[in-house]
Design a protein around this ligand. Structure first.
Ligand code: MOS
Length: 692
């Protein structure tokens, strides 16, 4: 593959829709108002974690002024068969988790709908629930695969013997709590049925995917469902696939014949749209005195719900990171009476690397080695499990570059000896990785009679700048400047495209955009006709790509100050260096990296959904009690990248950047906390009570 030339690619282009966004004219899902007769639906959520709805008393609610309908299992339309039990809204009276939507009120105003939803009286038959994740739970089982489609377990050599015989070994257990996706824009949908088809203005990470799922649920041909999402205020994975609020909007619109809006409240975000599963991880590492790894064993224990299996791919990064002839990775899962977990920024890689990179730090100390040198010592020549060559592997370059920029050379490894007033100061490092994935996409490229170009692809711009980088990619492929190209995204009527997820959006859509633009130029040369439109599908190109191991790498460095009177941890400096192929837009890329690292600081220090064992639900349901990192928590943060030319990944030479920023961050912070204090915190978040 030859890389496309660059003029626009590599430029610090501001977001194309920046003016619309800052002036408030960019419309988000809930702001769309198709027709005049808008109604609003508000869910009624189950008050028990396991049991049955025995009766729903709708009478009193229906007499309230402005109430149009009360919907529940007893009167809801039947949906088509689905393998996604989470979406089977009102299809049974069974309650599988607390907070599940068991009824809904449709009303003339959102206030009436919410008030009335609070007055619907529901009688339950309650059963005992189990909502606590335990590694030794007898119901733990081996799922057939882990998300999105990886082998559940892998094994090479004889890791148990190698571990037993290792000169140096560690056997460590780490835990990460449930964490909830909290994009700036909560999930919202406006649904309207017209001419027997369904139109959704919906906040999501992929309009083609939402269309396909809703078409199946409502037994419609896919072209009778249209999903429109020009602007989306983030998702972090919870908007990759539809969750119950989307189905609620569609059902409510169908039942009432109105256009119905559903706005998930921040509180409802904590029960209805997924979360990162809590995970218990055991990491065992064996090494020689020189730090060379002889055994790696990484086991993860996770939860899913009883309505749908979601198995996070927690130990998958361990398959890629370090050389060792003997190795094993496993995942075990238990189905609890809880909402279904889902993807949350770098699912798998992020919690998995918290454990592995903490354990590498602990092994470095056990070997008396610098943690960077330990990692360099174990750099594999080939993918350690598949044996495939890497298309490019920039881990060592990132560690070295980061060490130089951060000032690692003079670091005294002794923990607990640097003071700055009441604070103990320490530094830590961790590696990052993320797979380079590309999925088939379609795209159109069109030239108008006046020479302007329009490119269409059902991509999703969730605030990342996707529309902008696709414009840069198209401009270079068409050999014009970006202001001659208009890129249309965010509508399922556009050519079918994969989701904005798995850090694969730009690579997948961009390949299709390049091919469409190339085909258009060729056709223009041949025919000279205008206007002219071509359409491409990259399925064959992607199916026939060479067999290589394709991954992005990075290294995060953190400096922390720990107040030993209060246990307060402040991150005073954070620095990341990434090897991500060609950076298409340094401005939006930097935002992705520092956004990822900021979220990682939140993961390290704050984010924790606390299970209320008695009620069977997460206790903290808002930003007063569920804390995320804000500006004041991140005083000094830098993102850098190394020059990496990789012609084996896609015509742009770019690797995904949406997730790798978060991957090693929590481990870098935890390692810095240990360096500062001598206290190893293996359970996130690093709360005050875990340090004093
Ligand atoms: Mo990401 S968790 O693939 O949106």
């Amino acid at each position: 593959m030859t890389l496309t030339g660059t003029q626009a690619v590599g430029a610090h282009l501001s977001r194309i829709e920046a003016r619309e966004k800052v002036t408030g004219t960019a419309r988000y899902a809930f702001e769309h108002a198709p027709g005049r007769d808008i109604a609003y639906a508000a869910p009624v959520q189950a008050a028990v974690a396991r049991g049955e709805v025995v009766s729903v008393d709708t009478g009193a609610t229906l007499t309230l002024p402005g109430v149009i309908a009360v919907i529940w299992y007893g009167n809801a339309p039947r949906l088509g068969p689905s393998d996604d039990g989470e979406l089977a809204l009102f299809q049974s009276n069974w309650v599988a988790y607390r907070g599940q939507i068991v009824a809904a009120v449709v009303a003339e105003t959102i206030e009436t709908a919410r008030e009335a939803a609070g007055q619907v009286r529901i009688e339950y038959r309650q059963e005992r629930h189990d909502v606590v994740l335990r590694a030794d739970d007898p119901t733990m089982y081996k799922p057939p695969k882990v998300a999105p489609n990886y082998p559940t377990d892998t094994e090479r050599g004889d890791p148990d013997t190698a571990l037993r015989e290792a000169a140096v070994s560690v056997d460590l257990t780490y835990t990460t709590p449930a964490q909830h996706n909290n994009p700036m824009e909560p999930h919202s949908t406006v649904a309207v049925w017209e001419d027997g088809g369904l139109t959704l203005y919906d906040s999501n990470q992929g309009s083609s995917a939402v269309r396909d799922v809703l078409a199946r649920l409502f037994e419609l041909p896919p072209d009778r469902v249209r999903v429109i999402a020009p602007h989306v205020g983030g998702g972090f994975g919870s908007k990759l696939a539809p969750h119950p609020p989307v189905v609620l909007a569609a059902i409510a619109a169908k039942v009432t014949g109105r256009a119905v809006k559903v706005a998930t409240t921040r509180q409802q975000m904590f029960s209805l749209v997924g979360y990162r599963t809590p995970i218990i991880q055991r990491v065992r590492l064996g090494a020689g005195r020189d730090g060379g790894l002889t055994a790696i064993i990484h086991d993860a224990f996770e939860q899913t719900s009883t309505v749908k299996e979601f198995a996070e791919q927690t130990t998958t990064p361990t398959r890629v990171m370090y050389a060792s002839p003997n190795r094993r990775t496993t995942h075990r899962l238990t189905a609890l009476d809880v909402p279904t977990p889902t993807f949350m920024r770098a699912p798998g890689e992020c919690p998995g690397m918290f454990a592995l990179e903490s354990a590498m730090d602990e092994l470095a100390i056990a070997c008396g080695m610098d943690p960077i040198e330990l990692r360099v010592r174990n750099e594999p020549a080939l993918h350690p499990e598949t044996g495939l060559p890497f298309s490019s592997r920039g881990l060592v370059a990132c560690l070295r570059e980061g060490a130089a920029r951060f000032g690692w050379a003079d670091r005294d490894p002794t923990p607990g000896v640097r003071r700055d007033g009441r604070r103990l100061v320490g530094t830590g490092v961790a590696s990052s990785t993320y797979p380079v994935i590309r999925r088939p996409s379609q795209a159109t490229a069109r030239v108008e009679a006046d020479g302007r170009f329009t490119v269409g692809v059902a991509a999703a711009d969730i605030g990342t700048g996707a529309r902008t980088v696709l414009t840069q990619i198209a401009a270079d492929a068409l050999r014009v400047s970006p202001d001659h190209v208009r890129v249309e995204v965010g509508d399922s009527r556009l050519p079918t495209a994969p989701i904005a997820g798995g850090s694969m959006g730009t690579a997948s859509w961009g390949t299709a955009v390049v091919r469409a633009c190339e085909a258009l130029l060729a056709e223009m040369d041949r025919s000279g006709v205008r206007p002219l439109e071509v359409r491409v599908d990259t399925a064959d190109e992607i199916a026939s790509q060479s067999r290589l191991s394709r991954h992005a790498f990075g290294a995060q460095f953190a400096e922390v100050g720990v107040d030993m009177d209060t246990g307060e941890v402040r991150v005073s400096r954070m620095l990341g260096v990434f090897a991500v192929g060609r950076v298409i837009n340094p401005k939006t890329a930097r935002s992705q990296f520092i956004g990822g690292m900021t979220m990682g600081i939140g993961m390290a220090l704050m984010e924790e959904s606390v299970m209320d064992v008695e009620f069977g639900d997460y206790l903290n349901h808002d930003f007063a009690q569920y804390h995320i990192a804000a500006c004041a928590d991140v005083p000094d943060i830098e993102a850098h990248w190394i020059d990496e030319e990789d012609p084996e990944i896609n015509p742009m030479g770019s690797k995904g950047i949406g997730e790798i920023g978060i991957v090693g961050t929590a481990a870098a912070v935890a390692n810095a906390v240990h360096h500062a204090t001598g206290i190893r915190v293996r359970d996130l978040p690093i709360r005050l009570d875990r340090l004093v």
